[in-house]
Design a protein around this ligand. Structure first.
Ligand SMILES: [Zn+2]
Length: 65
């Protein structure tokens, strides 16, 4: 199950979204301020540590080390 991490561009809140389907069109909103202006940070897939190409968030779990 993929996990998408987003950062709110409004309040800088970082949050993760579990997505059931790859084909599902999903528009995340910030859980803190409910803004729809969020930036996709990373996607995590099972068995893959991945790189954080777009991630500029220091708290990113895959980019922290
Ligand atoms: Zn926010």
């Amino acid at each position: 199950m993929p996990i998408y991490e987003y950062q709110c561009q409004n309040c800088q809140e970082d949050f993760e979204i579990f997505v059931r389907s790859f084909s599902q069109e999903y528009t995340p909103i910030c859980p803190k301020c409910e803004s729809g202006d969020v930036k996709k940070c990373i996607s995590l897939f099972a068995g893959s540590s991945g790189d954080c190409d777009d991630c500029t968030v220091t708290s990113c779990p895959t980019g922290a080390t």
